[in-house]
Design a protein around this ligand. Structure first.
Ligand SMILES: Cc1cc2nc3c(=O)[nH]c(=O)nc-3n(C[C@H](O)[C@H](O)[C@H](O)COP(=O)(O)O)c2cc1C
Length: 196
């Protein structure tokens, strides 16, 4: 059996090329968890633009960039978006990012491309001390109507975004401890082989 150890390769805080202090990407991945309780404090527009930029920089198949991101802060709209079964917290998350994909422009890859870009936002938000939660619980037709999303675009996923009220380590059974073991999810050379 392969001995898979977690190697600590991260420095919790780094000074990046522009002299800004942020947590590095490994630390952001490690500390991130879904946040479903938010402070009412609004997220500055400047920061939202930063998150838009990291989405813009995501890779996409053939560089088609078949995406559009709607930053929803309006209370009534968020309330509408929160009506689905597992989306109640969207009413109280200061921002909801709606990730849309142009199905016509990239029929095979729009979902993957939009997903990568949204995850860029998730990790950038984490590195700046904000919380997020992916939301797949929505009625697409209703979201499209509410936000006037054009016909060719599909709604891929929503993200709650804001300053967390929950403490990341606060919950018993925190998700970091609820992951499958590495030897259950990887193989070397062919599926199911761990030695070699
Ligand atoms: C595509 C996707 C859809 C999700 N949809 C919802 C959702 O509708 N409501 C919700 O509360 N959490 C949702 N989640 C969050 C997951 O429940 C969460 O990521 C998972 O339990 C692992 O917990 P963690 O994010 O804290 O590590 C979704 C996550 C993903 C990736």
């Amino acid at each position: 059996m392969l001995d898979i150890k977690v190697i600590n390769i991260s420095q919790p805080e780094v000074v990046n090329m522009r002299g800004l202090v942020s947590i590095d990407v490994f630390e952001a991945i490690r500390t991130r968890k879904s946040i479903r309780e938010y402070s009412p404090k609004s997220v500055p527009k400047k920061l939202l633009l930063k998150f838009a930029e990291v989405a813009q920089l995501a890779p996409s198949a053939s560089n088609i960039q078949p995406w559009h991101f709607i930053f929803v802060t309006d209370r009534d709209k968020r309330k509408q978006l929160s009506k689905s079964k597992y989306a109640g917290f969207l009413a109280k998350s200061p921002v909801v990012v709606v990730g849309c994909g142009d199905q016509k422009a990239s029929p095979s890859w729009y979902r993957v491309d939009v997903t990568i870009a949204l995850e860029h936002i998730v990790l950038a938000a984490e590195s700046k001390g904000l919380g997020t939660c992916w939301v797949g619980s929505f009625e697409e037709d209703e979201v499209k109507q509410l936000l006037k999303i054009p016909e060719d675009y599909r709604v891929v996923a929503l993200l709650a975004l804001g300053y967390p009220l929950e403490k990341p380590e606060g919950k018993p059974g925190h998700s970091i401890h609820m992951r499958k073991k590495l030897d259950q999810i990887i193989s070397y050379e062919e599926f199911g082989t761990l030695s070699g």
